[in-house]
Design a protein around this ligand. Sequence first.
Ligand code: AMP
Ligand code: GLY
Length: 454
Amino acid sequence: MKSVLCILSSEFCNRHNMDKKNVLVLGSGGREHALAWSLSGSPLLGNLYIAPGNPGTGLLGENIALKPGDYASNDAWFGAVAELVEVKQIDLTVVGPEQPLVDGITDFLEERGHKVFGPSKGAARLEGSKTFAKWLMHKYRIPTARSTEFSGDTVLDDVEAWLKVENTEWPVVIKADGLAAGKGVFICKNLDEAMEHLQRIREDDSLRKAAGRVVVEEFMEGEEASVFAITDGRNARLLLSAQDHKRIGEGDTGLNTGGMGAYGPAPVIDSRMLRQVEDTILYPTLGAMQLEGHSYRGVLYLGLMITDEGPKVVEYNCRFGDPECQVLLPAMKSDLLEVMLAAVEFRLEETEVEMSDEHYCCVVMASGGYPEAYAKGKEITGLDKVADDVLVFHSGTRRDAGGKLYTDGGRVLSVVANGPDLRGAISRCYREVEKISFEGAYYRRDIGAKGLDR
Ligand code: AMP
Ligand code: GLY
């Protein structure tokens, strides 16, 4: 259906001599494959580049071997990206992951006259600094957990003393201020657990760095869900609500991961709740950021707890979720490129976003052992047997010269199916997952179960 639409609108585009846009996507995961897939359906698209991309994105555009780890500093990497943008005459750079946004890639490219979909460094602090996000929410009365902030040379000792002497309510949540790859949040049921976690932070270099400031907050009871919106700073267009599955084990047990699967829409966010999220969280946040002089442009990911008192913010993220993006974009009927350009050019007011009314399920297939040590280089087979209308997005994969595909990371593939109801989407998704195999393949068998329970 989508491809017929694209051919028709492509002819329309050519007839009307509309400008084609060259696009660069930064990143290499399942989220970036989904972004590249969605953008490649746009009649507005000229050339598509992905840096560094993966074997899946390589089928949709040109992968460019440019990754931050190959450069001595952020500025050196940003400089290489700017050079690529100039050489390939890129009209829009879409930044997938949070780190470059928090480090200021948008400001760097915009100062050189280039368009970027993704917030500025000041605006990306919503994700990059938990103390900034909490300060903003408290100042503008955006519903979130009550919290206390700690900073200074003796920050961890101060948290310890406060928990021992002043805190009376358990559990509490201890959060390191900075980006910590999902490892900086500790839910502590009692003082002993809190002491253990503080010790863990003291002993881990990267955690200690992220914990220069610390937030200790009230534990919120409720069901978690996420809402995503594309915004030009003033106007916003809601995409889908979704639920991620962060733990490795079924029934939400075991270690935290990048995300083992997602589904959307989340039944806990009905239309009344969605309006409440817009009125009490989304627009107040955009307004607050404008008043603070850091207008937010890009996609805003609201991590929410749906409590008895209404929706409250658990966290903001300044980019699409992975694997939530893999269900959001297939559900989007509107042209992603057109909507992104409208957001970047401050004309979202005149742009509508239409979403499918179907249900979407994404199951992540991972290497056995993930998120701890796992083997790489296992041959992946069965992709050719997957039904045409089910999507498979790559993350940790590698293709050899002969075209064979191998595992090359923790999260390997995201399989995405839709259906008129959630049950149908889930069963179609698992039917296709079972056709794909590699040694040690692991996936959760309960993705979406929480939605069915409702
Ligand atoms: P964050 O990185 O802030 O999203 O936190 C990671 C996870 O910790 C969230 O997805 C929640 O499951 C949990 N969490 C964080 N803060 C709270 C809170 N105040 N109350 C309950 N759970 C929380
Ligand atoms: N799936 C969670 C995240 O992208 O942060």
